[in-house]
Ligand binder design. Structure first.
Ligand code: NFE
Ligand code: MG
Length: 518
């Protein structure tokens, strides 16, 4: 039995440690540990409820629009206010810009170097200035013997990278182009959001930024460039990687249960959404009920009572708690571990038939690989689902943009009640995101967030059932324990964000664990 500890996992957001035990070339046990405490929820107490939108966006710079949206829906509920059409549409456009940016980021800048051979750039003979720059960096790294001189390209594990030089150099060119595309997606968000990260225009009752023809035009031109990139570069690249690593359709299955709260409101009361809400448990589709969520903490470093509903949750740290191995709680739905994210959304939308356009693309993708829907429950299924929903969201944004009316309001006025409660459920790029608020004396009395990565990367629950990512790791083949690329590919397929999940650094600056950087 070999024990492998990867700490921290690089090319993700935040600090995550993965420990796996390997026997006979396969992972037989896995532990996922969130390695920082944030206690973000405690900052909200005693504040003006309207501040929640700005505070919660600071949970993360990668998905702030998702937190802004969850917070706005939470406050809409608590303040009993409904946004007008323009308010709802602009909120969708802000969130969609964040989805597009985040999915391109994940595929090209976080995951691609698990497959693409960066050293192929040394064979590059052309004149593109960006590629020549990458070539000179990699050359310098290789020569210097100081392998950390130029992260993120090297050092790296030895692995079965793509062999075709042209394919690798083409992918590196797309890596650079994707940086430019992400800038455009950030600009999209600023047009109606004021700035990115941490938009200022999203607000209970709608948004504060008016519709103008100039803004519509500015959004439209950037969106069209992004849609072209998604169709002509991102989706083909995902298909290329999938074609070269077909075995990953059978690796990293996970718990097989999916949860989606649903996201992108298609009606002002929130009853219709682009991505439907739903649960898929033990092979059956079911209706989602927020009452069935509970956060277990037996293996989490908190003193809180276990199995509390998030509306009653608390965030009291206990770093030295016996047997606890993560700063993440373990959220469960009706006692089940649930995977959330692009695959969960796509699977639920596809199986329920709620989005025919999405089902068409899923069907085409499966035909391309001559496979049935079971292969989606895998590393490659997650990458494919992310690309498919990126296209769905970008295409639909074009229609939301067209539906804006510059003669109409963007906001419905509201009053802050003496006491109230609220719930805001939406979808972030990484999955189901929920915010809960209790208002007392017109101030925040309690604010709790349960984020996508907490669902996916959380530890065992009180009954010892492992989290979805831990379950996905078990059974993963490991050819060479010194170069554990296979488990890394499984982890990265979830696109974890620990900054979100742990809601800063240990205040005493102690070393929390031994760090092996790879
Ligand atoms: Ni910090 Fe986030 C997303 C949210 S994730 S990235 O997407 O919500 O766990
Ligand atoms: Mg929380």
């Amino acid at each position: 039995m070999t024990k492998i500890s990867i700490d921290p996992i690089t090319r993700i957001e935040g600090h995550l440690k993965i420990e796996v035990e390997v026997d006979n070339g396969k992972v037989v046990d896995a532990k996922s540990s969130g390695e920082m405490f944030r206690g973000f929820e405690n900052i909200f107490k005693g504040r003006n409820p309207v501040d929640a939108g700005q505070l919660s966006q600071r949970i993360c710079g990668v998905c702030p629009a998702a937190h802004a949206q969850a917070s706005a829906l939470n406050l809409d509920d608590a303040l009993d206010v409904t946004p007008p059409d323009n308010g709802r549409l602009i909120r969708n456009l802000l969130l969609s810009a964040n989805f597009i940016q985040s999915h391109i980021l994940h595929f090209y800048h976080l995951a691609a170097l698990d497959y693409v051979d960066i050293t192929a750039i040394l064979q590059y003979k052309g004149s593109d200035s960006g590629l020549l720059k990458v070539k000179s960096w990699v050359q310098a790294e290789v020569k210097s013997g100081r392998p950390t001189a130029c992260a993120p390209f090297l050092p790296r594990y030895e692995a079965d990278y793509i062999k075709d030089t042209d394919l690798n150099i083409g992918a590196i060119a797309h890596y650079l182009q994707a940086l430019e595309m992400r800038r455009k997606a950030h600009e999209l968000l600023t047009i109606f959001g004021g700035k990115m990260p941490h938009a200022i225009a999203i607000f209970p009752g709608g948004v504060s930024e008016k519709v103008t023809i100039d803004k519509i035009t500015a959004y439209n031109s950037r969106l069209e460039e992004l849609r072209t990139f998604i169709n002509e570069v991102y989706i083909p690249d995902v298909l290329t990687v999938a074609g070269a690593y077909k075995e990953y359709f059978g690796i990293g299955k996970g718990c097989g249960n999916f949860l989606a709260y649903g996201g992108f409101e298609e009606s002002n009361d929130g009853s219709e959404k682009l991505f439907p809400s739903g649960v898929f448990i033990d092979g059956k589709m079911g209706k989602f009920s927020s009452k069935k969520i509970a956060e277990h903490v037996k293996y989490s470093k908190y003193t809180s009572k276990s199995k509390l509903h998030p509306s009653k949750g608390d965030t009291e740290p206990k770093p030295d708690k016996r047997n606890a191995y993560s700063w993440l709680k373990a959220p469960r739905y009706d006692k089940n571990a649930m995977e959330v994210g692009p695959l969960a959304r796509t699977y639920i939308a596809h199986v329920s038939g709620a989005n025919p356009e999405l089902s068409k693309i899923v069907g085409k993708t499966l035909n391309h690989f001559n496979a049935d829907a079971s292969v989606l429950l895998s590393v490659l299924g997650r990458h494919a689902a992310r690309a498919i929903e990126c296209k769905i969201v970008a295409d639909r944004s074009n229609q939301w943009l067209a539906a804006l009316d510059h003669t109409k309001p963007v906001h419905t006025p509201f009053k802050i009640p003496k006491k109230s409660t609220g719930m805001g459920l939406t979808e972030g790029p990484r999955g189901a995101l929920g915010h809960w608020i209790t208002i007392k004396d017109q101030k925040i009395d309690n604010y709790q967030a349960v984020v996508p990565t907490t669902w996916n990367a959380g530890p065992s629950d009180d009954s010892g059932v492992k989290g979805p990512m831990e379950q996905a790791l078990i059974g993963t083949p490991v050819k060479d324990p010194k170069n554990p690329m296979e488990p890394l590919r499984v982890v990265r397929s979830f696109d974890p964000c620990l900054a979100c999940a742990i809601h800063v650094v240990n205040p005493d600056g102690e070393t929390i664990s031994n760090v092996k950087v790879l």
